[in-house]
Design a protein around this ligand. Sequence first.
Ligand code: MN
Length: 332
Amino acid sequence: MNEAVAKFIQILSSSKRVLVTTHVRPDGDAIGTVAAIVLALRQKQIDSTVVLLSKLPSKYAFVLEEPRIPHHNFAAGWDPAVNLDDFDALLVADTGTWSQLPGLQQRIEPWPRPKLVLDHHLTQESWADAKLVDTRAAAAGEVAVQLLDAWGVTMTPEIATALYVALVSDTGWFQFSNTRPPTLRLAARLMDAGVDTDRLNQLLNQSERAERIALQTRAMQSLQLLENNRLAVMTIARQDFLDTNANVPDTENLINIPLAIKTVEVSVLLVEQKEPGPIRVSLRSKGHVDCARFAEQFGGGGHARAAGCKFEGTLAAAQAAIVPRLIESMRG
Ligand SMILES: [Mn+2]
């Protein structure tokens, strides 16, 4: 057995209660992986509580709500109902960096209990007591399966559904280059375990709010094609959220739209937050530019084909700082 997996099992099986969390602005992989882990812990008679650092996106609410997974939202600060003394370990899924866990570092760093990181991102820090990181995995959900299988967890329809959400979210329904044969074999195994894929397709792809489509229209109207149509730049301003009545989670996947254009190699989306705060910059590449390396110049990170960073300043200043640097790295 993999050493990290063994350490995870040793720490988790000697815990009575585990605090489980994931990165800010959780996506389907984050929520699905967290749900699968909580359900696995439940099977092992280990109690757990989920803390989210952002509001649970309504699209993914069913993943936690259907199996009645208790969760707290820390978006507005630490919920006093969650007392760290009540927990024997912390498990962080789908990130390994404090910057993706705003508000947790001060509380967790001095906390003398084991901290576990289960992740598939390249950008990592070394504060965890045990790390199960597989950067080849398309989703953190794939990494979670390594743990669940080694621990002898039964693949119930509920766990399989949560993991399927994780997989489809990070692979764009098995379209992105991170989809490997093991990803598809796992998907088949999850279907065998009882996933209703048609229901998930309707819940995840055919349940959009009209407000989101209105925001998408605004983003697409902002589209600029630079460098002989190789670089796509889209912006969303605070006013766009106000005019369309959309929310920050409604920006998910917008960045992928310009990649439909044949000539586009890199897509960048700059989002001015609804509340005062830094500009959020997302990057996607078809392969030529390493997005993670680029984002690291601005204190961000991620994967080669998908990364992000934050920029303190106005939307225009962020655009002026980032776009010329991106053009430079596309020429380099
Ligand atoms: Mn992920």
